[in-house]
Design a protein around this ligand. Sequence first.
Ligand code: HEM
Length: 258
Amino acid sequence: MTGLEEVSAFLRRPGLFSAIKDLSNPDSPFRGIQIPDNNPEITAGFLEMDPPLQLSYRHVLNSYMSPTAIRRWEPLVRDFTNACVNDVIESGRLDFVDDIANIVPAVLTMAILGLPLADWVIYCEPTHAMVYTPPDSPDPRRVQQASMAMVMRLGECVAEARLNPRPGIIKALIEAEVDGQPLSDEGIIGTTFLVIGGGFDTTTSLTSSAWHWLSDHPNERARLLADPDRLDTATEEFLRFFSPSQGDVPRSAPVWSR
Ligand code: HEM
């Protein structure tokens, strides 16, 4: 299905499709939203659930994801960015992707989650590899193993956070209830995995694409520098043009599609 009107109409009728990935039954037609499904053994957390359950998880994250909540991080984002520049300044060279766009969103995501900041390195490469590895490359097995290693590490962090929680999304998930019950480790890890996937790859990809385009279009870059009021509109347009998330496709429910 393509076309803004059709997609918008479809998305307003969630009863017509399902995002569920049923791990309990390998023959189930509910195989989640990844096409092809490169990770048959794991789900993408509540991204592969349907309302109302999906919304219960989503509500826990809402207060951390609002524009006001994110704006509070701005001074820290500036500090992280300055630290990245200072790290390479003596060399006289800076790689905008490797030295900034790759690091700042990752460290920020760690902070929002309440995970040790230094751990960003453990999650970074596997998270990007899950997105950039084509299904027909010889690599998916390696990527799958790396993502399993990430899940294991997250398991350790959640166990640690249960004893000694730091402020952040993981603490909120530990304290949350869904259907009157506390979340299982699996539910917490799945949600954390999703925030890491969202927080690391999309923003790095979008920022890198935008900077690349601006370096190829110096006149447009000069226009933006001269008129920073255009930055918000430019950001919206980069987001539209360089869509960094191309792999998520809702799967039609079999009853409806037959
Ligand atoms: C350029 C930036 C981003 C783009 C283009 C993007 C794109 C997307 C897309 C396409 C979805 C799927 C929506 C659906 O199927 O209903 C999604 C969901 C999600 N993203 Fe992002 N994302 C971005 C940044 C982020 C960041 C920075 C985070 C977290 C720090 C994040 C966390 C999530 C979460 C938790 C979901 C699941 C939401 C739900 O199912 O309610 N994303 N994102």
